[in-house]
Design a protein around this ligand. Structure first.
Ligand code: UD1
Ligand code: UDP
Length: 360
């Protein structure tokens, strides 16, 4: 009756940690599989250490590659692992290539799949994540959703609502659980940052792989840096391209390595403004009450706009929108997203155990 978890990329780790802990508290036997999709110390190991996640039982070490090459390596590695361990169910997280690969492998081997963070939709099929989400949700057996609109998307797609449960957001469990550890001052000091900063992260292919768009964003960030220092813990994807386009430290721009979770959220919690294309950061700024400008044409997380501090901007709008926020224009929510309360991991665990009981 072992439950296996598959994680592979940075945003998976903070979603999995509370679910894993809550299942452990219920004495549920678990197997942790790391695909190795992300492998740099600062993209992977640091989160295991900081969040107290046990060493993975299996690390497939698949590494980087084109979508086809990486997904093929994931499928082959995961199939062998699943056949060896034959878990009673597989839990997958979010929308990365490790998620879709694990789901496809299990569907073919008749191993039931639980998808944590199901039902998010950007309705933008040019995003690799949208492909991953849709295929994962078609194949998964239990769909655990973070927000009411995710429930509605699945129901509209014809999903049997018996398979869906609104459990809230385990990523926010991790945020709330670590709240006492967040201290922006020492992180700013270590990075040579002044007291007032904007924080920016960028890694979406549509932003960093397209040189025209990337250049517009780089220029907009430089404009923002004329008013406030901008700290940019840069994801490895696109790092070189952005540097070639002029995103280098100097004149209010601070390009730094990716930060560990506690340092990153600390820095964000004390920031005047966040500029991002991350999924998770839209959610975290909503709970931290930090204004967030998301440089994307759409979001699969609209609740961070209706119940949070998030706004979508084009690269052309970015500099003016940032100036307006810095002049006090930001809107703070009165309503929080339902069930983003620090107990989503426990609700996930209860649903997973009940699901296993129904399988018997
Ligand atoms: C992946 C996810 C994306 C998620 C992001 C979170 C997919 C399709 N995309 O994007 O949804 O938002 O993770 O961070 O799964 N690299 C390193 N070191 C690492 C990992 C990656 O240098 O530890 C570099 C490699 O050059 C690699 C590139 O980053 O080719 C992209 O990595 P990959 O895992 O393919 O996708 P991400 O852009 O990280
Ligand atoms: N994050 C981090 N260090 C950083 C940048 C982000 O710890 O330098 C955390 C962030 O707080 C959030 C998660 O990584 O919990 C989001 O991951 P990412 O932006 O890579 O992926 P996405 O959410 O866009 O899929």
């Amino acid at each position: 009756r072992t439950v296996a978890h598959v994680v592979g990329a940075r945003p998976n780790f903070m979603k999995m940690a509370p679910v894993f802990d809550a299942l452990a508290a219920l004495d549920q036997p678990q197997l942790l599989i790391h695909t190795g999709q992300h492998y740099d110390e600062k993209m992977s190991d640091v989160f295991f250490r900081e969040l107290g996640i046990p060493e993975p039982d299996v690390n497939l070490g698949v590494g980087s590659g084109s979508h086809a090459a990486q997904t093929a390596a994931l499928l082959t590695g995961l199939e062998a692992t699943v056949l060896e361990h034959r878990p009673a169910a597989m839990v997958v997280y979010g929308d990365v290539n490790s998620t879709i690969a694990a789901t496809l492998v299990c569907a073919k081997l008749s191993i039931p799949v639980v998808h944590v963070e199901a039902g998010l939709r950007s309705f933008d099929m040019t995003m690799p994540e949208e492909v991953n989400r849709r295929v994962t949700d078609v194949l998964a057996d239990l769909l655990l959703v973070t927000s009411p609109e995710a429930y509605a998307h699945l129901a509209n797609e014809g999903c049997d609502v018996e398979r869906i449960r609104l459990v809230g957001n385990p990523m926010i469990d991790t945020l709330l659980r670590n709240r006492d550890r967040f201290a922006p001052g020492p992180v700013r000091a270590a990075a040579g940052l002044p007291e007032r900063v904007a924080v920016s992260t960028l890694h979406r292919p549509a932003n960093v792989d397209d040189p025209v768009v990337a250049k517009q964003i780089v220029d907009a960030l430089k404009q923002v840096a004329e008013t406030i220092d901008v700290a940019i813990p840069l994801h490895p994807r696109g790092r070189q391209r952005l540097a070639d386009l002029g995103l280098v430290s100097g004149e209010g721009i601070h390009v730094i390595d990716p930060l560990g979770y506690v340092d990153f959220v600390s820095l964000v919690s004390g920031a005047d403004l966040v500029i991002t294309d991350s999924g998770g950061v839209q959610e975290e700024t909503t709970i931290l009450d930090v204004p967030c400008l998301t440089v994307r044409p759409n979001t699969e997380r609209p609740i961070t706009i209706t119940h949070g501090t998030n706004r979508l901007v084009t690269p052309e709008q970015l500099a003016d929108a940032a100036a307006a926020v810095l002049q006090g224009e930001a809107v703070f929510p009165t309503d929080r997203p339902p069930f983003w309360d620090g107990h989503a991991g426990e609700r996930c665990a209860r649903e997973i155990v009940a699901f296993l009981d129904r399988l018997r």
